[in-house]
Design a protein around this ligand. Sequence first.
Ligand code: GLA
Length: 729
Amino acid sequence: MTRATKFLAAMLLALPAIVCAQKNSTPVIAIETDATGLYLVVDELCLKQSHYGARVADPGQFLQVRDMARDAYPVYGSGNPNELALAITHGNGNVTTMLAYKSHRSWDDPSDGNIKWTEITLEDTAYPVTVLLTYKAFACENVIQTMASVVSRQQRITINSIASCYLNLKSSAYYLSRLYGAPGFESNLLSERMSEGIKVFDSKRGVRNSHYDNQSFMIALENPAGELTGEVVGGALCWTGNFRMSYQVDVMHNCYVWAGINPYQAGYVLLEGGRFDTPWMALTYSPSGKGEITRNFHDWGRKYMLNEPQRIRPVALNSWEGVGMDFDQKTILEMIDRAADLGAEVFVLDDGWFGNKYPRNDERNGLGDWDINKKKLPDGFTKFIERARARGIMFGIWIEPEMVNPSQLAEKHPDWIVKAPDRPPLMHLSRQRSQQILDLSNPRVQDFVFDVFDGILKQNPEIGYVKWDANRYAPDHGSQYLPPDMQGNLWIDYVKGLYSVYERIVKKYPHTIIQLCSSGGGRVDWGAMGYHHEFWPSDNTDALQRVYTQWGINHFFPAMATSAHISQVPNHTTSGVTPLKFRIDVAMSGRLGVELQPRDMTPEELKTISSAIAQYKTIREVIQLGDLYRLTSPYEDNFASMVYVSKDRSQAVAFCFVTKYSPAQDYPVIRFSGLDPNRTYAISEINPGKSNGSPSVGKSFTGDFLMKNGIRTTFWRACESAVFRLNAK
Ligand code: GLA
């Protein structure tokens, strides 16, 4: 029994009404998937976590080793000295909470045999506060979602901090892999051994939350994990606002993982009868390396999270890098034609099409006024939609409906803008584009944001694609809607308000493709992704950086949702110049698109792009719906390679990108994974260069051979690349 448990037991003994009723008779609470299990026991009324990892054959035995279990959801007031899952200030000012196990129940999801629910009820021993821990187990995908809820029957409480998930791990060492970056430099992978102490990764940027740290992780136990070997726990917090992930390792090598909404400036006031739900945390476990964690997340995301998860994503041509806001009707009509000529399936008109009194000719004006700019586009969208229809492609647009800058909306509703009272708004901050955030904690603002989307779609029902952007982070604080003593609720209610808008939109427009964008990849989390088809990983479209960005983000998010566009050189963000073939090949490893003005390309280049698009269409099902196996990491070698394998293992598509010149001039070797060892695969090349990417092109090998020996490529210089197709005979 730990000191904390002894303390709690002693305290509970002082409460005879509850203790007398308890004889430690509660069975093991087993939350299981096909191959994993989270096991909880009740010890002297205290809920404890026994194990998370591989599923055990006879969980009943955890009752015999209850003393090995550790607090499953420790609260401030329980005596646990570690990071705590919950801290509440009760109505009378008492800042302590003490939770006793009351009951639990499990049930099969009535509409999906793959899902099982478990709910555990804990009650405060002195105050009318109930804490519910809810678990949703996805059997085949080996994912367990977990969340906590507080139900209060006090007049008013303040939730000072609340974890979605509190996980106890036990190992001699922990190796954390996570993503970090900055705008234009998103999703770089970092792996490190965790030393004793507490490491915190978080976001305090509100609306944009994943440019810097991401709310997803992998933790390898005992040893650094490989792609196919090692025990790994994966987690992803489904929350589009301020988050906090902390990892505490003590001298006894216990690890406590805390994941949830960032408590920073967010004491949440809950009024009588209120219920507070945390966001979901998704957990998964692999006994065989990081690759399986990725595939579990991808499978779960493609079945349960993304909009229209099995719909093959179309090839898009987006206008942003091609023409910016400097266009007229003729330019766009011509771009639609050229997009269709290239084989794109949707044309997306990005920023710059709206605002009349405050025309959106640059980023300083117009947000809030979602009326089409009559000067630039005298026929509105009508001509574009007609032209797109005539050419057999979809028409799409960009919006940023949560934001405002000088506009008629700002004149009419200054009270809808987030702003600290008695101070000028923080407009001087760099990269904030002279814009402010609308207060989505206010239901009227939620209606407005819904109406922006709904209004445009009602008038133009043929719009098939919407890019939803959010380009300011949240350095100010101040809701003019919430009362002064509930300002801590702002950034939480904002996200919940945003989700309720998303919910209405997706319900009404389930087949409108929605791309998630926030100054590039500032909002890539499984909360927002639950309402989108795809995301824009970064404004940095330099293919060399994209190798790393896509490598990182695809640890948690699938290729079908990863928009990857071929752009012009020198690159808009980096000024880097990379060969067109390399740009195409890197973009093909995600959801292929184009981000340029076709008019500026040579006929030869256009021919190469259109041929690549046609070839992509023949392999995209494998890339978008298949299993990803990472083969060689660009962080560990001079090249990256990976293969997507169809679920029936009859087809595969492999990519190889050289990131650095190899001084040894050694050809990268692709040693495959995930193939069927007993089948024979014919190797061909997609988007070939002047010479074959491998001497093995045109030959056939067994899966066994390809996984044990592999094939070699024919290049070694930076930004050389190849895409191979494998077809089982
Ligand atoms: C953001 C997006 C870009 C583009 C611009 C438009 O920066 O990330 O892709 O849409 O806004 O202003």
